[in-house]
Design a protein around this ligand. Sequence first.
Ligand SMILES: [Zn+2]
Length: 691
Amino acid sequence: MRNLYFRTLLVLCLSLGSGSLIAQDYFLNDKGPFDPSIPSPEEFLGYPIGEQHTRHDQIVAYFDRLAELSDRASITSYGKTHEHRKLVMLTVTSPNHLANLSALQQEHLKFVDTKQTVTNYNEVPVFIQLGYNVHGNEPSSSEAALLTAYTLVASQNTEVLNYLNNSVIFIDPTINPDGRDRHTQWVNQFQGSPLVSDGNDAEHNEAWPRGRTNHYWFDLNRDWLLAVHPESQGKLKWYHQWYPNVVTDFHEMGTNSTYFFEPMKPIGSFDPIMPKENYEDLNDTFAPYFSGALDEIGSFYFTKEAFDGTYPGYGSSYPDLQGGLALLFEQASSRGHLQDTEYGTISFPFTIRNQYVSSMATIKAAVENKAMLREYQQEFFQSAIKSNANDVVAYEFGDDYDMNRNKAFVDYLLAHQIDVYKDGGKYVVPTKQPQQRMVQTMFETYSKYRDSVFYDASAWSVANFYNMKSSPRKNVNLTNKVTNTENIVNVVPVVKSNYAYIMDWDDYYAPAALHHMQSKGLKVAAAFKPFSVGTNAGAKDFHYGSIMVPVSKQEKTSAEVFEIVQEAQTKFNVPLYAANTGFSLSGVDLGSRNLQYIEAPKAAMIIGEGVNSYEAGEVWHLLDTRVEMPITKIRSEMFDRVSLSDYNTLVMVSTWGSTIDSIQQKKIKDWVAQGNTLITIAGASKWAVES
Ligand SMILES: [Zn+2]
């Protein structure tokens, strides 16, 4: 009855331009009274939550303020995005717990430590990590994060005080700040007054590349496993210091949908890595909390029919592989401030309220089941060291030549807290270890699935991503643990030569070293046939693609050439050798026609509307971060005006519709006919074949 009264009042007030107290009550109606010395989000921001989209820096500023004013909250930063936005975590708990946070952390970690056998499950507060807005253009959840933080910091309600006494809550308000701000700027700049709910309005239709992804147009909700980006790298580091018992991941879906919470549909794999108890028991325990909270405010929802936690790199699956319970929420999107649906309009505040209510229900469920969650996490790690997932005792890997790739892969395994050992010349990873399930994730390949239809990725044996051959082992020597990767790459320092320098192309960073030398003005040749030659490190075999720098052919002194070559080696740690003769021990000589001059690439890529932003982003990211080579990104709508003769290399990724018309197609064909290089990826290769 009281609820109905509030809702009626609220609808009235919102439509009349709403008094602020009432607007706030829409979200917080039964969570008061509130400490008046703590500003609400509305007081701090100067507008009611939901009236416009809140920029990430405003969210951080509000959290800073809460931490400054309250003895219930503290704030830390776990990294910076590519665009230098701060990644933050607000810790909220009772003042007493907050003052003893490191002691509590140690108590908590005993349940994760397989060498400990503690049983005080009910005595340690449960650790909850509320994560919001991994997809930047699914913005309701970060606004809900503001309300959740305010409730926990300012409420004097006995129910909330009980939560604080029984939990430590870590709030990450924006997992993807770069994407969020891209979207926020878009919807705020097109917001009309009065609001335009017509789905055709610009407000509801973002321009390319849209706000879902991060700076390099990567989906951060796939990056928990691959950890390519600073957002995920920072989060992993944080994660393995805290191992929360419950983790949330808030999203949005189609405007005409309702709300989704777990359980998801049955996992796709017949042999899932995730324990069945997680998928069934834990989710079934939590579900009634969400249904109850949403029923109370009259919100519709669905469960069980959709979404899939098969891939281990989602925000709603990685924590499941760390003994936690990860929870996916999906809210029908207002995408903008108000949009037409089949049932009237959906407003931004409405979407925020569902996410807020689910956040509070998550805390309630975790607090009321804390002993079960703790025991579950302890058993999760204990079971990992008791038995092998199969007969495999360990996996062995290690490239005999490419030390930089070995280093990259070992660095990666260590970031996931996987134990790695050196056994003779190879690296070995035992399967019996606390991170057993992550070991499976890295090395096992799967072929049996329940259904041929997947929500998303079905294959992710990460060793294959690194082109790292691995093999199972039946026995293993675990005496030499690898704790860091500092000494994995040991190149022989190159010495000065007046004749030539040679670099093998097999190294992970060879393209970067080549680009460095070319960008400093060195002229180089590539080997089209293999050869062996005497070098400063003795006789060496060089394969196809090896790079040769002929010293006397440069317009630089031999000292200048040496300086550049040495720089390339120091910067990228690549095997690079000096040769004093062009006469080979076998194969072609250095003056052979099979060592051909190669031009420095002047590269461009078509991006923009109609172009697959994920593929384009991968190319951009690869060149920026692995090669340190610039590429000009030409927007598709500008392509007609660009003179292709300014470039000798063009990258094209998948496009759709008539992104490239027949005139543009001819322009590219003519340019290729002049001897320039067209690199096509995925759908663009099909396009090139058919053009
Ligand atoms: Zn999403």
